[in-house]
Design a binder for this molecule. Structure first.
Ligand code: ZN
Length: 395
């Protein structure tokens, strides 16, 4: 039985980091379809071929390294945020490559545009049939470039479509991107589910007025409404949520946003995440009821935008158990089951395959930042757990 080569795995990880290296710490700038992304995919295709896999690009630029037989698909994504870390996505791809060298029957994938230059996990979204290619092609980035134009850079590499039914399941190793593992004794997380997300805009409309002459008692101040809503919501949610539930008002637009004018209108994002679909729904009722109540008390109008979101995805029991058994063999008693608060390609792939995920610690819980890092001993531990699980899944 071939054991994974930790030095070769770390050397490959550092080589991938050199494509788009920011020069600040271990930071990387390798957005989807950038020159650095294209060069890194060509390098990765070469490494796949050297490992005995057949490299195949699809129409999106997702890069597969195919085994000559049916089996599990392992991987993640290798694009980064405009200012990203060296492990987000890259770890799962390079670990999958090393496992494929040791475990015959394992195929590898690097999905394209997980970080959302054009959408949310666009490469796996199209591959799993969530959005047709021609529809996705109309998505555009912040500079107005469409996906259809951007992916031309990879068009001549595209081969035959890769059908999901040649794989028996999908396993994604990833950094946690949160503080849980870093602040406990456990070094591996076996993901139980990927949380669902709900997102909508809320608008309070009051009366814009002079900030000097309008008495406090007569104001219909939309921003004061938002402040009261935020506090009231924290109270109202207390009996609905668990310690894992999160909610965020992350974007606020105050009109007319001037220091001498009582704000007449405020529009803000209201986002919440939880692993339980029923709880997401109950939270929606609380959000709407609280917003209406606060608006009524203050003489404001309240309106709600379209409800967006993704449902929670439970991990496949057989795949997750293979990871759990491997974790217990490699680090007995030093692993835990835990939800994923971040979205991953596995959410999309779950449409077409059973999926599971494995987490390793993020130092300080940091990610989407040049400072993102993980102890190399923890990276090696994750690699051994992934290898152990893959052996169970091919046999
Ligand atoms: Zn990622």
């Amino acid at each position: 039985m071939t054991e994974p080569d930790t030095e070769r795995f770390l050397a490959d990880l550092h080589k991938l980091r050199s494509f788009g290296a920011s020069g600040i710490g271990k930071g990387v700038m390798r957005p989807a379809y950038s020159d650095a992304d294209l060069a890194s995919r060509d390098w990765l295709a070469g490494r796949m071929a050297e490992a005995g896999l057949t490299p195949v690009f699809d129409s999106m630029g997702n890069l597969f390294g195919l085994s000559d037989r049916p089996g599990p698909l392992l991987g993640s994504h290798s694009d980064t945020q405009p200012e990203g870390g060296w492990l987000d996505g890259a770890l799962g791809v390079i670990a999958a490559l090393e496992v494929a060298r040791c475990v015959p029957g394992v195929s590898v994938v690097s999905f394209q545009d997980e970080e959302g230059r054009f959408g949310v996990c666009t490469g796996s979204e199209v591959w799993s049939g969530g959005t047709p290619q021609d529809e996705a092609d109309r998505l555009s980035d912040d500079d107005g470039i469409t996906l259809g134009v951007a992916r031309r850079a990879l068009a001549e590499r595209a081969g035959e479509p890769v059908r999901p039914d040649r794989f028996t399941g999908y396993v994604e190793m990833h950094i946690e991107q949160g503080p849980v593992l870093d602040s406990c004794e456990d070094v591996v997380g076996v993901v139980s589910d990927i949380v669902g997300i709900r997102d909508m805009l809320i608008t309070f409309t009051g009366q814009q007025n002079h900030a000097g002459t309008t008495p406090m008692a007569l104001r219909q101040d939309a921003f004061q409404g938002l402040a009261a809503f935020s506090t009231a919501l924290n109270d109202a949610l207390r009996n609905v949520v668990t310690p894992q539930t999160v909610w965020t008002i992350g974007h606020v637009s105050v009109h007319p946003n001037a220091s001498a004018i009582v704000p007449g209108r405020v529009t803000f994002s209201m986002q919440w995440r939880d692993g339980d679909k029923g709880r997401l729904h109950r939270m929606e009722q609380v959000v709407r009821d609280t917003a209406r109540k606060v608006a009524d008390e203050r003489g404001l109008q309240c309106s709600f935008g379209e409800m967006l979101g993704l449902d929670p995805v439970a991990m496949d029991g057989r795949l997750a158990d293979a990871l759990a058994q491997a974790a217990e063999e490699v680090v007995p008693g030093k692993w835990r089951r835990m939800p994923s608060g971040a979205l991953h390609d596995a959410t999309n792939v779950a449409r077409v395959l059973p999926v599971a995920m494995l987490f390793v610690p993020s130092i300080g819980g940091l990610s989407h930042d040049f400072a993102e890092d993980t102890d190399e001993a923890d990276l090696a531990t994750g690699l051994r757990v992934l290898t152990g699980a893959a052996r169970k899944l091919v046999s």
